[in-house]
Ligand binder design. Sequence first.
Ligand SMILES: NC(=O)c1ccc[n+]([C@@H]2O[C@H](COP(=O)([O-])OP(=O)(O)OC[C@H]3O[C@@H](n4cnc5c(N)ncnc54)[C@H](O)[C@@H]3O)[C@@H](O)[C@H]2O)c1
Length: 444
Amino acid sequence: MTDAPAPSHTMPTFSGDAMTGQTEPLPPHDIAAVQLADEGLRRIEWAEREMPVLRLIRDRFVRELPLAGLRISACLHVTTETANLMRTLKAGGAQVTLTASNPLSTKDDVAAALVARFGISTYAIRGEDNATYYRHLNLAADTHPHITMDDGCDLVALLHQQRRDQLSEVLAGTEETTTGVIRLKAMAADGALAFPVVAVNEAQTKHLFDNRYGTGQSTVDGILRATNILLAGRRCVVAGYGWVGRGIASRLTGMGARVTVVEVDPVRAIEALMDGHQVMTAGDAAAWGELFVTATGNINVFREEHFRVMGDGALLANSGHFDAELDLVALTRLAEGHVREVRNDVREYDLGEKKLYLLAEGRLVNLGAAEGHPAAVMDMSFAGQALSVEYVAQNHASLARGVHVVPAEIDAQIARLKLEARGIFLEAMTEEQIRYTSSWDQGT
Ligand SMILES: NC(=O)c1ccc[n+]([C@@H]2O[C@H](COP(=O)([O-])OP(=O)(O)OC[C@H]3O[C@@H](n4cnc5c(N)ncnc54)[C@H](O)[C@@H]3O)[C@@H](O)[C@H]2O)c1
Protein backbone atom coordinates (compact mmCIF):
# COMPACT_ATOMS: atom_id res chain seq x y z
CA MET A 1 0.00 0.00 0.00
CA THR A 2 1.27 3.50 -0.73
CA ASP A 3 0.74 6.54 1.37
CA ALA A 4 -0.59 9.16 -0.98
CA PRO A 5 -1.07 12.76 0.01
CA ALA A 6 -4.65 13.92 0.46
CA PRO A 7 -5.90 15.98 -2.50
CA SER A 8 -5.25 19.65 -1.95
CA HIS A 9 -8.65 21.24 -1.54
CA THR A 10 -9.73 23.92 0.79
CA MET A 11 -11.62 22.63 3.81
CA PRO A 12 -12.94 25.83 5.22
CA THR A 13 -16.10 24.98 7.09
CA PHE A 14 -17.23 22.71 9.85
CA SER A 15 -20.07 20.28 9.97
CA GLY A 16 -21.82 17.80 12.20
CA ASP A 17 -21.25 14.10 11.73
CA ALA A 18 -24.60 12.32 11.66
CA MET A 19 -23.23 9.16 13.24
CA THR A 20 -21.10 10.59 16.03
CA GLY A 21 -22.59 14.02 16.58
CA GLN A 22 -19.04 15.39 16.53
CA THR A 23 -17.97 18.32 14.44
CA GLU A 24 -15.19 17.93 11.95
CA PRO A 25 -13.88 19.66 8.83
CA LEU A 26 -15.60 18.95 5.55
CA PRO A 27 -13.67 16.44 3.45
CA PRO A 28 -12.53 17.38 -0.08
CA HIS A 29 -15.57 17.67 -2.34
CA ASP A 30 -17.18 19.21 -5.39
CA ILE A 31 -20.96 19.17 -5.07
CA ALA A 32 -23.88 21.42 -6.00
CA ALA A 33 -24.90 22.83 -2.61
CA VAL A 34 -23.86 21.79 0.85
CA GLN A 35 -27.02 23.43 2.23
CA LEU A 36 -29.03 20.47 0.92
CA ALA A 37 -27.43 18.18 3.51
CA ASP A 38 -30.37 17.95 5.90
CA GLU A 39 -32.81 16.95 3.15
CA GLY A 40 -30.28 14.38 1.93
CA LEU A 41 -29.79 13.00 5.43
CA ARG A 42 -33.55 12.49 5.87
CA ARG A 43 -33.76 10.61 2.59
CA ILE A 44 -30.65 8.49 3.30
CA GLU A 45 -32.19 7.48 6.64
CA TRP A 46 -35.47 6.63 4.90
CA ALA A 47 -33.63 4.34 2.47
CA GLU A 48 -31.72 2.78 5.36
CA ARG A 49 -35.00 1.53 6.85
CA GLU A 50 -35.34 -0.71 3.78
CA MET A 51 -31.75 -1.95 3.93
CA PRO A 52 -31.56 -4.36 6.87
CA VAL A 53 -28.82 -6.57 5.39
CA LEU A 54 -26.47 -3.65 4.84
CA ARG A 55 -27.26 -2.43 8.37
CA LEU A 56 -26.24 -5.79 9.83
CA ILE A 57 -23.02 -5.71 7.83
CA ARG A 58 -22.32 -2.17 9.03
CA ASP A 59 -22.82 -3.19 12.66
CA ARG A 60 -20.27 -5.96 12.21
CA PHE A 61 -17.85 -3.69 10.30
CA VAL A 62 -17.90 -1.18 13.18
CA ARG A 63 -16.77 -3.95 15.55
CA GLU A 64 -14.27 -5.70 13.29
CA LEU A 65 -12.88 -2.85 11.11
CA PRO A 66 -12.05 -5.21 8.21
CA LEU A 67 -11.19 -2.29 5.89
CA ALA A 68 -8.91 -0.38 8.25
CA GLY A 69 -6.15 1.49 6.43
CA LEU A 70 -7.61 0.98 2.96
CA ARG A 71 -8.38 3.79 0.52
CA ILE A 72 -11.44 3.03 -1.57
CA SER A 73 -12.51 5.08 -4.59
CA ALA A 74 -16.03 4.38 -5.77
CA CYS A 75 -17.54 5.49 -9.07
CA LEU A 76 -21.23 4.78 -8.45
CA HIS A 77 -24.61 6.46 -8.91
CA VAL A 78 -24.89 9.01 -6.11
CA THR A 79 -28.19 7.94 -4.58
CA THR A 80 -29.54 7.40 -1.07
CA GLU A 81 -28.73 3.69 -1.30
CA THR A 82 -25.16 4.32 -2.39
CA ALA A 83 -24.82 6.70 0.55
CA ASN A 84 -25.65 3.83 2.89
CA LEU A 85 -23.04 1.66 1.18
CA MET A 86 -20.44 4.40 1.59
CA ARG A 87 -21.32 4.70 5.29
CA THR A 88 -20.85 0.95 5.64
CA LEU A 89 -17.40 1.03 4.05
CA LYS A 90 -16.37 3.97 6.21
CA ALA A 91 -17.65 2.12 9.29
CA GLY A 92 -15.34 -0.74 8.26
CA GLY A 93 -12.37 1.61 8.63
CA ALA A 94 -11.83 2.61 4.99
CA GLN A 95 -11.07 6.08 3.70
CA VAL A 96 -13.80 6.45 1.10
CA THR A 97 -14.08 8.74 -1.93
CA LEU A 98 -17.18 8.77 -4.12
CA THR A 99 -17.57 10.12 -7.64
CA ALA A 100 -20.63 9.91 -9.88
CA SER A 101 -20.91 7.11 -12.43
CA ASN A 102 -23.44 9.05 -14.49
CA PRO A 103 -23.90 12.83 -14.78
CA LEU A 104 -27.69 12.63 -14.56
CA SER A 105 -28.18 10.17 -11.73
CA THR A 106 -26.64 12.28 -8.95
CA LYS A 107 -28.98 13.37 -6.19
CA ASP A 108 -27.48 16.67 -5.05
CA ASP A 109 -28.97 16.49 -1.56
CA VAL A 110 -27.42 13.04 -1.06
CA ALA A 111 -24.02 14.31 -2.19
CA ALA A 112 -24.37 17.18 0.30
CA ALA A 113 -25.27 14.85 3.18
CA LEU A 114 -22.38 12.52 2.37
CA VAL A 115 -19.95 15.42 2.63
CA ALA A 116 -21.48 17.42 5.46
CA ARG A 117 -23.12 14.76 7.60
CA PHE A 118 -20.96 11.69 7.04
CA GLY A 119 -17.59 13.24 6.21
CA ILE A 120 -17.26 11.30 2.97
CA SER A 121 -15.35 12.93 0.14
CA THR A 122 -17.77 13.26 -2.81
CA TYR A 123 -17.43 14.60 -6.35
CA ALA A 124 -20.80 14.74 -8.07
CA ILE A 125 -23.11 17.42 -9.42
CA ARG A 126 -26.34 16.50 -11.16
CA GLY A 127 -26.15 17.45 -14.85
CA GLU A 128 -22.38 17.98 -14.80
CA ASP A 129 -20.81 18.20 -18.26
CA ASN A 130 -18.38 15.67 -19.64
CA ALA A 131 -15.30 17.66 -18.63
CA THR A 132 -16.54 17.93 -15.03
CA TYR A 133 -17.41 14.23 -14.99
CA TYR A 134 -13.85 13.29 -15.92
CA ARG A 135 -12.33 15.91 -13.62
CA HIS A 136 -14.29 14.29 -10.79
CA LEU A 137 -13.19 10.83 -11.85
CA ASN A 138 -9.59 12.00 -11.79
CA LEU A 139 -10.05 13.51 -8.32
CA ALA A 140 -11.25 10.11 -7.12
CA ALA A 141 -8.17 8.54 -8.69
CA ASP A 142 -5.94 11.21 -7.08
CA THR A 143 -6.55 9.54 -3.71
CA HIS A 144 -4.50 6.57 -4.96
CA PRO A 145 -7.09 3.89 -4.20
CA HIS A 146 -6.23 0.42 -2.99
CA ILE A 147 -9.68 -0.75 -4.01
CA THR A 148 -11.81 0.55 -6.89
CA MET A 149 -15.58 0.23 -7.11
CA ASP A 150 -17.22 0.84 -10.46
CA ASP A 151 -20.63 0.92 -12.08
CA GLY A 152 -19.70 0.82 -15.75
CA CYS A 153 -15.90 0.42 -15.48
CA ASP A 154 -15.02 4.11 -15.92
CA LEU A 155 -12.58 4.29 -13.00
CA VAL A 156 -10.80 1.08 -13.97
CA ALA A 157 -10.62 2.29 -17.58
CA LEU A 158 -9.18 5.66 -16.50
CA LEU A 159 -6.47 3.97 -14.42
CA HIS A 160 -5.54 1.62 -17.27
CA GLN A 161 -5.62 4.25 -20.01
CA GLN A 162 -4.24 7.40 -18.40
CA ARG A 163 -2.81 6.62 -14.97
CA ARG A 164 -0.91 3.41 -15.45
CA ASP A 165 1.69 4.37 -12.83
CA GLN A 166 -1.03 3.80 -10.22
CA LEU A 167 -2.01 0.31 -11.35
CA SER A 168 0.47 -1.42 -9.06
CA GLU A 169 -1.09 0.33 -6.04
CA VAL A 170 -4.53 -1.16 -6.66
CA LEU A 171 -5.13 -4.41 -4.80
CA ALA A 172 -8.48 -5.22 -6.40
CA GLY A 173 -11.78 -3.81 -7.59
CA THR A 174 -15.48 -4.51 -7.76
CA GLU A 175 -17.91 -3.92 -10.64
CA GLU A 176 -21.65 -3.39 -10.27
CA THR A 177 -23.23 -3.67 -13.71
CA THR A 178 -23.51 -5.85 -16.83
CA THR A 179 -21.92 -3.30 -19.15
CA GLY A 180 -18.92 -2.88 -16.84
CA VAL A 181 -18.44 -6.64 -16.58
CA ILE A 182 -18.48 -6.92 -20.39
CA ARG A 183 -15.77 -4.22 -20.62
CA LEU A 184 -13.70 -5.92 -17.91
CA LYS A 185 -13.93 -9.33 -19.56
CA ALA A 186 -12.75 -7.76 -22.82
CA MET A 187 -9.79 -6.23 -20.97
CA ALA A 188 -9.00 -9.54 -19.27
CA ALA A 189 -9.19 -11.40 -22.61
CA ASP A 190 -6.63 -8.95 -24.02
CA GLY A 191 -4.39 -9.54 -20.98
CA ALA A 192 -4.84 -5.86 -20.16
CA LEU A 193 -6.55 -6.03 -16.78
CA ALA A 194 -3.88 -5.33 -14.16
CA PHE A 195 -5.64 -6.47 -11.00
CA PRO A 196 -8.47 -8.77 -9.87
CA VAL A 197 -12.03 -7.41 -10.08
CA VAL A 198 -15.06 -9.07 -8.53
CA ALA A 199 -18.09 -8.95 -10.81
CA VAL A 200 -20.79 -8.15 -8.29
CA ASN A 201 -23.30 -8.12 -11.15
CA GLU A 202 -22.77 -11.86 -11.61
CA ALA A 203 -23.95 -12.61 -8.08
CA GLN A 204 -27.37 -14.21 -8.09
CA THR A 205 -28.50 -11.87 -5.35
CA LYS A 206 -27.61 -9.00 -7.71
CA HIS A 207 -28.84 -9.56 -11.25
CA LEU A 208 -31.85 -11.74 -10.42
CA PHE A 209 -33.25 -8.99 -8.21
CA ASP A 210 -31.59 -5.66 -8.99
CA ASN A 211 -31.58 -5.92 -12.80
CA ARG A 212 -34.96 -7.61 -12.98
CA TYR A 213 -37.17 -6.31 -10.18
CA GLY A 214 -35.26 -3.12 -9.36
CA THR A 215 -34.76 -1.85 -12.91
CA GLY A 216 -38.14 -3.19 -13.99
CA GLN A 217 -40.04 -1.16 -11.42
CA SER A 218 -37.85 1.94 -11.41
CA THR A 219 -37.79 2.20 -15.21
CA VAL A 220 -41.57 2.28 -15.30
CA ASP A 221 -41.43 4.75 -12.39
CA GLY A 222 -39.07 7.04 -14.37
CA ILE A 223 -41.25 6.91 -17.48
CA LEU A 224 -44.37 7.74 -15.47
CA ARG A 225 -42.75 10.55 -13.49
CA ALA A 226 -41.43 12.12 -16.69
CA THR A 227 -44.63 11.79 -18.71
CA ASN A 228 -47.60 10.86 -16.48
CA ILE A 229 -48.93 8.74 -19.36
CA LEU A 230 -51.46 5.94 -18.98
CA LEU A 231 -49.81 2.59 -19.63
CA ALA A 232 -52.98 0.51 -19.84
CA GLY A 233 -53.54 -0.43 -23.47
CA ARG A 234 -50.38 1.34 -24.68
CA ARG A 235 -48.19 -0.37 -27.28
CA CYS A 236 -44.74 -0.65 -25.66
CA VAL A 237 -41.56 -1.97 -27.24
CA VAL A 238 -38.76 -3.35 -25.06
CA ALA A 239 -35.43 -3.89 -26.80
CA GLY A 240 -33.33 -6.56 -25.07
CA TYR A 241 -34.81 -9.41 -23.06
CA GLY A 242 -31.98 -9.87 -20.59
CA TRP A 243 -32.47 -9.45 -16.87
CA VAL A 244 -33.33 -5.79 -17.24
CA GLY A 245 -35.59 -6.20 -20.27
CA ARG A 246 -37.50 -9.07 -18.64
CA GLY A 247 -38.17 -6.92 -15.59
CA ILE A 248 -39.34 -3.93 -17.62
CA ALA A 249 -41.56 -6.05 -19.87
CA SER A 250 -43.20 -7.82 -16.94
CA ARG A 251 -43.87 -4.55 -15.06
CA LEU A 252 -45.29 -2.85 -18.16
CA THR A 253 -47.53 -5.86 -18.73
CA GLY A 254 -48.63 -5.70 -15.11
CA MET A 255 -49.87 -2.17 -15.71
CA GLY A 256 -51.91 -3.22 -18.70
CA ALA A 257 -49.52 -2.29 -21.50
CA ARG A 258 -49.19 -4.43 -24.63
CA VAL A 259 -45.53 -5.41 -24.94
CA THR A 260 -43.42 -6.31 -27.96
CA VAL A 261 -39.84 -7.48 -27.47
CA VAL A 262 -36.96 -6.92 -29.89
CA GLU A 263 -34.12 -9.42 -29.46
CA VAL A 264 -31.07 -10.69 -31.34
CA ASP A 265 -30.73 -13.88 -29.26
CA PRO A 266 -33.13 -16.66 -30.34
CA VAL A 267 -33.35 -18.28 -26.88
CA ARG A 268 -34.22 -14.99 -25.21
CA ALA A 269 -36.69 -14.24 -28.00
CA ILE A 270 -38.53 -17.54 -27.52
CA GLU A 271 -38.57 -16.92 -23.79
CA ALA A 272 -40.19 -13.53 -24.42
CA LEU A 273 -42.78 -15.17 -26.65
CA MET A 274 -43.62 -17.82 -24.04
CA ASP A 275 -43.81 -15.13 -21.36
CA GLY A 276 -46.70 -13.78 -23.42
CA HIS A 277 -45.07 -10.93 -25.36
CA GLN A 278 -44.94 -10.36 -29.09
CA VAL A 279 -41.52 -10.55 -30.74
CA MET A 280 -40.65 -8.39 -33.77
CA THR A 281 -37.69 -6.91 -35.58
CA ALA A 282 -36.73 -3.37 -34.62
CA GLY A 283 -38.10 -2.16 -37.96
CA ASP A 284 -41.53 -3.72 -37.49
CA ALA A 285 -41.67 -2.70 -33.83
CA ALA A 286 -40.79 0.89 -34.71
CA ALA A 287 -43.92 1.20 -36.81
CA TRP A 288 -46.07 -0.58 -34.19
CA GLY A 289 -44.97 0.98 -30.89
CA GLU A 290 -45.93 4.08 -28.95
CA LEU A 291 -43.34 3.79 -26.15
CA PHE A 292 -39.83 2.42 -26.76
CA VAL A 293 -37.46 1.31 -24.00
CA THR A 294 -33.95 0.02 -24.69
CA ALA A 295 -32.09 -2.30 -22.31
CA THR A 296 -29.51 -4.09 -24.43
CA GLY A 297 -26.08 -2.71 -23.45
CA ASN A 298 -25.61 -2.19 -27.20
CA ILE A 299 -25.44 0.90 -29.43
CA ASN A 300 -27.87 2.47 -31.93
CA VAL A 301 -30.62 -0.07 -31.30
CA PHE A 302 -33.13 2.47 -32.59
CA ARG A 303 -31.68 4.69 -35.28
CA GLU A 304 -32.65 6.87 -38.26
CA GLU A 305 -34.49 4.16 -40.22
CA HIS A 306 -36.60 3.49 -37.11
CA PHE A 307 -37.23 7.13 -36.18
CA ARG A 308 -38.51 7.67 -39.71
CA VAL A 309 -41.30 5.09 -39.31
CA MET A 310 -42.26 5.78 -35.69
CA GLY A 311 -45.64 7.41 -35.17
CA ASP A 312 -46.34 10.95 -34.01
CA GLY A 313 -45.87 11.28 -30.24
CA ALA A 314 -43.69 8.19 -29.82
CA LEU A 315 -41.80 8.20 -26.52
CA LEU A 316 -38.15 7.06 -26.37
CA ALA A 317 -36.45 5.92 -23.18
CA ASN A 318 -33.30 4.00 -22.33
CA SER A 319 -32.52 1.90 -19.29
CA GLY A 320 -29.26 0.38 -20.54
CA HIS A 321 -26.05 1.66 -19.05
CA PHE A 322 -24.91 4.15 -21.69
CA ASP A 323 -26.86 6.79 -23.57
CA ALA A 324 -25.77 5.19 -26.84
CA GLU A 325 -28.72 2.80 -27.27
CA LEU A 326 -30.72 5.45 -29.12
CA ASP A 327 -28.95 7.17 -32.03
CA LEU A 328 -29.32 10.70 -30.72
CA VAL A 329 -27.01 12.15 -33.36
CA ALA A 330 -29.43 10.96 -36.06
CA LEU A 331 -32.46 12.12 -34.07
CA THR A 332 -30.97 15.59 -33.63
CA ARG A 333 -30.11 15.76 -37.32
CA LEU A 334 -33.64 14.74 -38.37
CA ALA A 335 -35.12 17.46 -36.16
CA GLU A 336 -32.94 20.14 -37.84
CA GLY A 337 -32.71 22.24 -34.69
CA HIS A 338 -36.41 21.98 -33.75
CA VAL A 339 -35.70 20.60 -30.29
CA ARG A 340 -37.18 21.89 -27.04
CA GLU A 341 -37.85 20.83 -23.46
CA VAL A 342 -41.58 20.32 -22.95
CA ARG A 343 -41.50 18.96 -19.40
CA ASN A 344 -38.83 18.03 -16.90
CA ASP A 345 -36.94 15.11 -18.44
CA VAL A 346 -38.93 15.25 -21.70
CA ARG A 347 -37.35 16.68 -24.85
CA GLU A 348 -39.39 17.15 -28.02
CA TYR A 349 -37.83 16.51 -31.44
CA ASP A 350 -39.98 18.09 -34.15
CA LEU A 351 -39.41 16.17 -37.38
CA GLY A 352 -41.97 18.26 -39.30
CA GLU A 353 -44.51 15.56 -40.07
CA LYS A 354 -44.39 14.30 -36.45
CA LYS A 355 -42.90 14.85 -33.04
CA LEU A 356 -40.85 12.31 -31.07
CA TYR A 357 -40.15 12.63 -27.34
CA LEU A 358 -36.91 11.64 -25.63
CA LEU A 359 -36.94 10.96 -21.88
CA ALA A 360 -34.04 11.81 -19.52
CA GLU A 361 -31.74 12.71 -22.44
CA GLY A 362 -31.54 9.04 -23.39
CA ARG A 363 -29.64 8.24 -20.20
CA LEU A 364 -30.79 5.64 -17.66
CA VAL A 365 -34.41 6.72 -17.30
CA ASN A 366 -34.87 5.06 -13.91
CA LEU A 367 -32.06 7.15 -12.45
CA GLY A 368 -32.49 10.28 -14.56
CA ALA A 369 -36.24 10.72 -14.12
CA ALA A 370 -36.85 8.72 -10.94
CA GLU A 371 -34.83 7.67 -7.93
CA GLY A 372 -33.23 4.50 -9.23
CA HIS A 373 -33.94 1.17 -7.69
CA PRO A 374 -35.97 0.81 -4.52
CA ALA A 375 -33.70 0.58 -1.48
CA ALA A 376 -34.92 -2.92 -0.59
CA VAL A 377 -33.39 -4.24 -3.81
CA MET A 378 -30.20 -2.21 -3.53
CA ASP A 379 -29.85 -3.66 -0.03
CA MET A 380 -28.92 -6.96 -1.65
CA SER A 381 -26.74 -5.54 -4.44
CA PHE A 382 -24.83 -3.34 -2.02
CA ALA A 383 -24.54 -6.06 0.60
CA GLY A 384 -22.81 -7.92 -2.24
CA GLN A 385 -20.58 -4.88 -2.82
CA ALA A 386 -19.69 -4.48 0.86
CA LEU A 387 -18.95 -8.19 1.35
CA SER A 388 -17.02 -8.34 -1.94
CA VAL A 389 -14.86 -5.41 -0.82
CA GLU A 390 -14.18 -7.24 2.46
CA TYR A 391 -13.44 -10.42 0.46
CA VAL A 392 -10.89 -8.72 -1.82
CA ALA A 393 -9.35 -6.89 1.14
CA GLN A 394 -8.70 -10.28 2.76
CA ASN A 395 -7.90 -12.35 -0.34
CA HIS A 396 -6.33 -10.03 -2.93
CA ALA A 397 -2.93 -11.70 -2.59
CA SER A 398 -4.31 -15.03 -3.77
CA LEU A 399 -6.58 -13.66 -6.50
CA ALA A 400 -5.20 -13.66 -10.04
CA ARG A 401 -5.66 -10.61 -12.28
CA GLY A 402 -8.93 -10.93 -14.12
CA VAL A 403 -12.66 -11.04 -13.47
CA HIS A 404 -13.84 -13.08 -10.48
CA VAL A 405 -17.27 -14.29 -9.48
CA VAL A 406 -18.73 -13.46 -6.10
CA PRO A 407 -18.14 -16.49 -3.85
CA ALA A 408 -21.29 -18.61 -3.50
CA GLU A 409 -21.17 -18.27 0.33
CA ILE A 410 -21.59 -14.50 -0.01
CA ASP A 411 -24.64 -14.99 -2.23
CA ALA A 412 -26.17 -17.46 0.21
CA GLN A 413 -25.38 -15.24 3.19
CA ILE A 414 -27.08 -12.21 1.61
CA ALA A 415 -30.21 -14.16 0.65
CA ARG A 416 -30.45 -15.75 4.09
CA LEU A 417 -30.03 -12.43 5.92
CA LYS A 418 -32.61 -10.79 3.66
CA LEU A 419 -35.15 -13.51 4.37
CA GLU A 420 -34.46 -13.47 8.10
CA ALA A 421 -34.87 -9.70 8.18
CA ARG A 422 -38.40 -10.34 6.94
CA GLY A 423 -38.99 -13.05 9.53
CA ILE A 424 -38.79 -15.82 6.92
CA PHE A 425 -36.81 -18.96 7.72
CA LEU A 426 -35.79 -21.84 5.48
CA GLU A 427 -36.73 -25.46 5.61
CA ALA A 428 -33.72 -27.71 6.33
CA MET A 429 -33.24 -31.13 4.75
CA THR A 430 -33.61 -34.16 7.00
CA GLU A 431 -30.67 -36.55 7.38
CA GLU A 432 -32.54 -38.99 5.17
CA GLN A 433 -33.00 -36.33 2.46
CA ILE A 434 -29.32 -35.36 2.60
CA ARG A 435 -28.36 -39.02 2.13
CA TYR A 436 -30.89 -39.39 -0.72
CA THR A 437 -29.78 -36.29 -2.65
CA SER A 438 -26.11 -37.18 -2.34
CA SER A 439 -26.42 -40.82 -3.39
CA TRP A 440 -26.44 -42.27 -6.92
CA ASP A 441 -27.79 -45.75 -6.19
CA GLN A 442 -31.24 -44.91 -4.79
CA GLY A 443 -34.04 -44.65 -7.37
CA THR A 444 -37.78 -44.59 -6.93
N1 LIG B 1 -31.06 1.08 -15.46
C1 LIG B 1 -30.40 0.45 -14.49
O1 LIG B 1 -30.44 0.83 -13.33
C2 LIG B 1 -29.63 -0.79 -14.84
C3 LIG B 1 -29.50 -1.83 -13.89
C4 LIG B 1 -28.81 -2.99 -14.26
C5 LIG B 1 -28.26 -3.07 -15.55
N2 LIG B 1 -28.37 -2.01 -16.42
C6 LIG B 1 -27.84 -2.06 -17.78
O2 LIG B 1 -28.87 -2.57 -18.64
C7 LIG B 1 -28.26 -3.21 -19.78
C8 LIG B 1 -28.83 -4.64 -19.90
O3 LIG B 1 -28.46 -5.37 -18.74
P1 LIG B 1 -28.90 -6.91 -18.58
O4 LIG B 1 -28.40 -7.34 -17.24
O5 LIG B 1 -30.33 -7.09 -18.93
O6 LIG B 1 -27.98 -7.55 -19.75
P2 LIG B 1 -28.19 -8.93 -20.51
O7 LIG B 1 -26.90 -9.20 -21.18
O8 LIG B 1 -28.78 -9.95 -19.60
O9 LIG B 1 -29.31 -8.59 -21.61
C9 LIG B 1 -29.12 -7.78 -22.76
C10 LIG B 1 -29.96 -8.37 -23.88
O10 LIG B 1 -29.95 -7.45 -24.99
C11 LIG B 1 -29.91 -8.25 -26.18
N3 LIG B 1 -29.42 -7.41 -27.28
C12 LIG B 1 -28.13 -7.06 -27.57
N4 LIG B 1 -28.11 -6.28 -28.67
C13 LIG B 1 -29.39 -6.13 -29.07
C14 LIG B 1 -30.01 -5.42 -30.15
N5 LIG B 1 -29.30 -4.71 -31.03
N6 LIG B 1 -31.37 -5.49 -30.26
C15 LIG B 1 -32.11 -6.21 -29.38
N7 LIG B 1 -31.57 -6.90 -28.35
C16 LIG B 1 -30.22 -6.85 -28.20
C17 LIG B 1 -29.01 -9.41 -25.83
O11 LIG B 1 -29.23 -10.51 -26.70
C18 LIG B 1 -29.45 -9.72 -24.39
O12 LIG B 1 -30.50 -10.67 -24.34
C19 LIG B 1 -26.76 -3.16 -19.53
O13 LIG B 1 -26.25 -2.02 -20.20
C20 LIG B 1 -26.65 -2.96 -18.02
O14 LIG B 1 -25.45 -2.38 -17.62
C21 LIG B 1 -29.07 -0.90 -16.10
